[in-house]
Design a protein around this ligand. Structure first.
Ligand SMILES: [Zn+2]
Length: 314
């Protein structure tokens, strides 16, 4: 389409005055609230609350949200880790070896992060667009009610340009389940088994690419533990033992980097901090923070009725 000139605008009957009176963008763009910088809070304000960190693969939470998980658990949350696939297409050796290696990594990530429980839902890797979403949604609803989950942290179901079906199917099912878990009629067998409806009041959604960001979480206080979590993703992903791998490759080429010293653990940690956390540094820099993770955050809905009663009841 040709660029809009004054002449073309006039052809469409749009005048300069009309342009000046262009209404503001629709309110819906601000639904879920404006940008908030979430900083470390003193004490344990989240005591009694349960955080479900939900990842399709063993390395998703470590890369995009481990800093925030550590922060929320520091502030009192109990964490549970739910891995949805068995990661059978991403790792070393044959398929069985790949599955075993990722299972080890996932349990190690959970241990380093201080997760109270781990659930492996064991769907096949990269093929989640071929599953019954209603089944996965029902499994999440069961877990949310069983574990009394208050807050979920996972991929953004509305993140743009996501190429991995496991990411967008998981997040779509989490979003639907987070809403339906509060219902009193869906899955009555859960209630017969002793469970109760449970509303999910907070959602932190991360995206690999574009998403609407309205929450920046300062993870400066937890970033070294985020490095430790990423250190455990050995089978796949950008972290794990890649520092040592690069150091050894450079040695074969007769080169050396101060970043990658002889001690393996230090080389791997330095590599993770420099390269894997570059995005967190860049996100933080825009807001005057050393390290930050970003999310689309959906918080508890304020009841207009209750607000009105508070203001007007005699
Ligand atoms: Zn993934």
């Amino acid at each position: 389409m040709a660029p809009m000139t004054r002449r073309t605008l006039l052809q469409y009957g749009i005048t300069a005055t009309a342009l000046a009176q262009t209404p503001p963008p629709p309110l819906s763009l601000e639904e879920h609230g404006p940008l908030v910088i979430e900083r470390a809070r003193p004490g344990k304000p989240h005591t009694g609350k349960v955080l479900a960190a939900i990842q399709p693969h063993s390395d998703d939470i470590p890369i995009f949200a481990a800093g925030t998980c550590f922060k929320l658990m520091d502030e009192g949350y109990t964490g549970v880790l739910i891995r949805v696939t068995n990661d059978d297409m991403a790792g070393p050796g044959g398929i069985a070896q790949t599955v075993t290696a990722n299972e080890r990594d996932n349990f190690a990530v959970a241990r380093v992060m201080g997760m109270k429980q781990v659930f492996d839902l064991n769907y096949n890797n990269h093929t989640m667009d071929n599953i019954a979403r209603s089944e996965l949604r029902a499994r999440f609803i069961f877990l949310f009610r069983l574990l009394r989950v208050d807050t979920v942290i996972t991929y953004d179901p509305w993140g743009h340009y996501e190429e991995n079906p496991d990411h967008y199917v998981t997040s779509a099912c989490v979003e639907a389940a987070a809403w339906m878990a509060a219902g009193s009629k869906d899955y009555p067998e859960h209630f017969a088994a002793g469970l109760k409806p449970k509303s999910i009041t907070e959602k932190y959604y991360f995206g690999r690419f574009q998403q609407r960001v309205n929450r920046i979480v300062d993870i400066t206080s937890t970033v070294e533990r985020k490095v430790d979590a990423n250190l455990e993703n050995i089978a796949q992903g950008p972290a794990g033992h890649n520092g040592v791998r690069l150091r050894d490759r450079l040695a074969r080429e007769g080169k050396k980097l101060d970043l990658l010293p002889a001690d393996d653990r230090t080389a791997n940690r330095n590599y993770i901090r420099e390269f894997v956390l570059a995005r967190d540094r860049e996100t933080g820099r825009r807001h005057g923070i050393e390290y930050a993770e970003q999310f689309h955050y959906i918080g508890p809905e304020e009841s207009r009725v209750e607000q009105y009663i508070r203001r007007n009841a005699k």
